[in-house]
Design a protein around this ligand. Sequence first.
Ligand SMILES: Cc1cc2nc3c(=O)[nH]c(=O)nc-3n(C[C@H](O)[C@H](O)[C@H](O)COP(=O)(O)OP(=O)(O)OC[C@H]3O[C@@H](n4cnc5c(N)ncnc54)[C@H](O)[C@@H]3O)c2cc1C
Length: 245
Amino acid sequence: MGRAFVYVILGGGVAAGYAAHEFVKRGVSHGELCIISEEPVAPYERPALSKGYLLPEDPARLPAFHCCVGSNEERLTPKWYKENGIELVLGTRVKSADVRRKTLLTATGETITYKILIVATGARALKLEEFGVSGSDAESVCYLRDLADANRLVNVMQSSGGGNAVVIGGGYIGMECAASLVIGKINVTMVFPEAHCMARLFTAKIASFYEEFYRSKGVKFVKGTVLTSFDFDSNDKVKPVACFT
Ligand SMILES: Cc1cc2nc3c(=O)[nH]c(=O)nc-3n(C[C@H](O)[C@H](O)[C@H](O)COP(=O)(O)OP(=O)(O)OC[C@H]3O[C@@H](n4cnc5c(N)ncnc54)[C@H](O)[C@@H]3O)c2cc1C
């Protein structure tokens, strides 16, 4: 028989951190609440990963951006969870849930029982393979969703010594990454299928203001097209990126 809790939050991201803060404010008892997360660290402000985390100088690093600094609340470090009697089960993937028996089975084989389950498993990055483009595993292809992705991107940026980057996607995260790459003295080309950047949020006029500003910093835009394939060199590094024209 494994551990048992009144409340279990499945997922240890932003929602879990803020929920834990609220539980404590409302007076949860020690030992009642548990957070299970696949990630190896306590909940943190994920938005920092495409902002301060990527800066070449004085980059943001944990524990500086644990939840809930994003809303100017206290910073919930692992010590805070301990002091408040909240169990953090980190680096642990839940592989199945039995909602009738109110149990979760972890990838390590432990059964964790709950009375109330809060599912906060968030989202994941879509992989290139899901669009019919292979090459996600190449050394120089980076995604950005969690801390491990951000560390990988930082390593690639640092080891590139300038060079060229293609940012696929013209939404918030693509625009923020492009800005960090430029600050890191890397030449950036952005590729996205829409007619302008931030298409779900910006009008064409507002977008053109931002695109002009980015152009003034050297960013090139390839718009209205999608990535179709990569070419690789003998070191498994991506060379040209092919797009529909
Ligand atoms: C780079 C980046 C920048 C962003 N910038 C902004 C921004 O500026 N402003 C903004 O409003 N939003 C931003 N977002 C979006 C914001 O981070 C998300 O909306 C937010 O993280 C959602 O919180 P969540 O707790 O629902 O999910 P997440 O934070 O994704 O957390 C989900 C957690 O569940 C865990 N998990 C999933 N499945 C399992 C499982 N089976 N077992 C155990 N654990 C599991 C994951 O490992 C993860 O820890 C950004 C996102 C990214 C990736």
